[in-house]
Design a protein around this ligand. Structure first.
Ligand SMILES: [Zn+2]
Length: 146
């Protein structure tokens, strides 16, 4: 494949390489989510914000609040507050079976965007966390962690 990847009407500089390199599932970027995954490969976070109502939204063709198509991608801070966390004991895919139990968190980033991500360590609810990248996926950990 050449150095350009296309999904729908959006062209990206590289194919989506997100996911786990150990043969597990790979997140499939599409026209709506491609910019998010491209940023992850650079170790950056970006979020989609509606140009109609100015709310953050998960990458989508339409805003779930006002149905506006127009949106912008904005950089997001790498810190926020851990709002919730679950411990997964039963893997949802065979590739994750040897990783159980693992944690999934919801982090409210400093600009108000809520990110669902993997967890490093055992950060506490309500504490400040930072976002780091492993295998091109965002993980949160308590600030000052390794
Ligand atoms: Zn909207």
């Amino acid at each position: 494949m050449s150095g350009e990847w296309s999904s729908g009407t959006t062209r990206h500089s590289r194919p989506p390489t997100c996911g786990f390199s150990s043969g597990g599932p790979v997140a499939e970027a599409d026209a709506d989510s491609g910019p998010f995954w491209d940023a992850c490969t650079r170790g950056e976070l970006v979020g989609q914000r509606c140009l109609g109502c100015r709310r953050w939204r998960a990458p989508a063709e339409f805003c779930p609040h006002c149905h506006t198509r127009a949106h912008e991608w904005l950089p997001l801070p790498g810190t926020g507050v851990l709002r919730s966390c679950v411990v997964v004991h039963r893997a949802q895919h065979p590739a994750f079976a040897d990783r159980t139990p693992y944690r999934i968190a919801r982090v409210e980033l400093d600009r108000g965007f809520v990110l669902t991500c993997a967890v490093d360590g055992e950060p506490r609810i309500g504490h400040v966390v930072e976002i780091v990248f492993r295998d091109n996926l965002p993980h949160c950990r308590e600030t000052g962690g390794n």
